[in-house]
Design a protein around this ligand. Structure first.
Ligand SMILES: *Cc1c(COP(=O)(O)O)cnc(C)c1O
Length: 408
């Protein structure tokens, strides 16, 4: 006779209650007794889940007991990750998607209707804005954007049709930092939903829900996964507002496979530790760059001359691993020469993994744009974006220093 707990966790055994980000990233969402008494969660490699008899199906449909039915509606590993992420962001519920963009599209498709309008701060991720401008517009949803952190312009752009106001914080690659309290207050006062894409700060550095924002979204591909080895996305908020999002996900089908969900759960275990190092490396690299003669300007919220340093310091635990800088008197080829001379960071898009990455936004993300469009997005030819990983700051700095010399 096999004991039930060797097959399924006993839900009567309480989960850990804690509030620290390190404890939560290790334990939150996980059962204390797992199948096989394993310390780690199993990967249920299943597309479907069976019932012992017809009455069990009827009971499930009528009483909605917490169990799985079919993989497109969720899998057990995914639920663990959702609970962990909700706990980390102090939210009631999370819905996990196959990518950050799937989460963004799923959230908006669940909540906007023809005739609604969306207002964006203009430094939001270009694919998010593209989805609204090119695609939601086909369904009669209006779209406006205002200068990032211009709260008066945001307020002025809100009309009775406005359903959502959206920003990222910090923004990428300009690293503008939104005053989330003010942003949430504008939403509440005008009766519109608020969304912060907090991919760059993670719940370790800031929790927008605590400021009263309705939804927080992360590309879990970045810091949450943390190892440059998976794609995932998550939206967190109240259970009531996320219910339609979960339902639509079951129809659109952008779910995580059990294997991918496990990889994310494993990555999340070290979130707090990794963020401490990303924050420290970002700060050290930014300070080094700010003092280097070949660098014209550095954008990093942890530097006192950053336009949003005051609000960042007031609201964030740390400022992350992303550092943007501009080379002095350099055209795009001279800028590329510095990137090509760097030895430790790999050249590529993305951020938030243990390996440092470096790139020139003008080439990597805006090559097919006209110079006028690049100017509109404030993407300069001499702009470099470095996503500091968790290597030793001294090594990263020595590497950049040598690259400046070699490329001169
Ligand atoms: C990467 C990213 C996204 C998109 O996430 P994917 O996981 O690549 O779909 C959205 N927002 C921000 C801020 C990002 O960095």
């Amino acid at each position: 006779m096999v004991e039930p707990t060797t097959i399924m966790p006993d839900p009567s055994i309480k989960k850990v209650s804690a509030s620290g980000p390190s404890t939560l990233s290790v334990h939150a969402g996980e059962a204390r007794v797992k199948p096989g008494f394993s310390i780690t969660d199993p990967i249920f490699a299943a597309s479907t889940y069976t019932f012992p008899d017809t009455q069990a199906i009827v009971d499930f449909l009528e009483q909605g007991e917490p169990r799985e039915e079919y993989g497109r509606y969720g899998n057990p590993g995914e639920r663990v990750v959702e609970e962990k992420l909700a706990a980390l962001d102090s939210g009631e519920a999370s819905v996990l998607f196959a990518s950050g963009m799937a989460a963004f599209v799923g959230l908006l498709m669940a909540h906007v209707n023809a005739g609604d309008e969306i207002v964006f701060f203009d430094e939001c991720y270009h694919r998010s804005r593209e989805f609204c401008r090119r695609h939601l517009s086909r369904f009669g949803v209006g779209f406006r954007e205002v200068r990032t952190c211009d709260y008066d312009a945001m307020e002025a752009a809100i009309t009775p049709k406005t359903k959502f106001i959206i920003s990222e914080s910090p923004t990428n690659p300009h690293l503008s930092v939104v005053d989330v309290d003010r942003f949430a207050e504008i939403g509440r006062r005008n009766g519109v939903l608020t969304l912060i894409d907090a991919t760059l700060c993670t719940p370790y550095n800031l929790k927008p829900l605590e400021a009263g924002v309705d939804f927080v979204l992360h590309s879990a591909t970045k810091y949450l996964g943390g190892h440059n080895d998976l794609l995932a996305g998550v939206v967190t908020g109240s259970a009531e507002l996320l219910d339609p999002v979960r339902n639509l996900r079951g129809i659109m089908g952008g779910v995580n496979s059990p294997h991918n969900a496990y990889l994310l759960e494993r990555g999340l275990k070290t979130l707090a530790l990794r963020m401490e190092r990303h924050n420290a490396n970002g700060q050290a690299v930014a300070e080094f760059l700010a003092g280097h003669p070949r660098v014209e300007r550095v954008l990093y919220p942890g530097l006192p001359d950053h336009p949003f340093h005051a609000i960042a310091k007031q609201t964030m635990r740390g400022f992350g691993g992303l550092v943007t800088f501009f080379l002095r008197d350099a055209d795009w080829q001279q800028t590329a020469a510095v990137i090509d001379a760097v030895q430790i960071p790999r050249i590529g898009p993305s951020l938030g993994g243990v390996e440092s990455l470096i790139e020139q936004p003008m080439v990597m993300s805006y090559w097919n744009y006209t110079p006028e469009e690049r100017a509109e997005f404030r993407i300069a030819d001499n702009m470099v974006r470095m996503a500091c990983g968790i290597e030793d700051a001294d090594d990263l700095i020595a590497d950049l220093s040598a690259a400046f010399e070699v490329s001169e």
